[in-house]
Ligand binder design. Structure first.
Ligand code: FMN
Length: 176
């Protein structure tokens, strides 16, 4: 059931040493490749990082909130070609990234989304710029997020949903 899966999915930032196979990586990305994209244009690209040293380096792409990557077994950067989808690239990438998080949870692996927008590294350099250099990306690309994935070394309780009545409105109600 999808509801069971969304309850199970939590952000996992601590990982064991256990490897993730190429077959597992393929299974994860295969799901993302089914994600909807505006006009079915698919501007989304996936960059898989497996090398330990590269992952260590990647964990410094921003000052706050990317350290968890250092323990991850793989990282997947979700990138878009903004020439293909100048307007909807963020939405397209976000849906694909969400598919990745859900598939990871289904496989009893753990993951966390690393945000890039408006982030800077220790030296104050924009993380977008840092990542474009790291991945040797042409300027037309946008790195939407960097997802760290591994076998969980922390346990989290089931996801508690936001309150229905506080967040759902009937048409013509005043939304608060
Ligand atoms: C758009 C987005 C950006 C996020 N950026 C980061 C991040 O940069 N670093 C991080 O550790 N977690 C990040 N997270 C994870 C959130 O902190 C996490 O989803 C939230 O606290 C709810 O916890 P849960 O995922 O366990 O339900 C991000 C999540 C989303 C959806």
């Amino acid at each position: 059931m999808l509801l069971d899966l969304v309850k199970k999915r939590r952000s996992i930032r601590k990982f064991t040493d256990e490897d993730i196979s190429d077959k597992e990586i393929h299974e994860i990305i295969e799901v993302a490749l089914h994600a909807p994209t505006a006009k079915n244009q698919n501007p989304v690209r996936y960059i898989v990082v497996k090398d330990r040293d590269r992952i260590q380096e990647l964990s410094k792409y921003k000052k706050i909130g990317s350290k968890f990557l250092s323990g991850a077994k793989i990282a997947i950067a979700v990138v878009t070609d903004t020439d293909i989808s100048p307007v909807t690239n963020h939405q397209d990438a976000s849906i694909a990234a969400t598919y990745i998080l859900l598939k990871v949870a289904e496989m009893n692996l753990g993951a966390t989304w690393g945000n890039v927008t408006d982030a800077v590294n220790e030296e104050g350099r924009p993380s977008q710029e840092v990542l474009k250099e790291f991945f040797k990306l042409d300027d037309k690309f946008n790195v939407e997020c960097v997802i760290g994935i591994g076998h969980p070394a922390e346990e989290k309780s089931e996801k508690v949903p936001f309150d229905y009545d506080e967040n759902v409105f009937e048409d013509l109600d005043v939304v608060k």
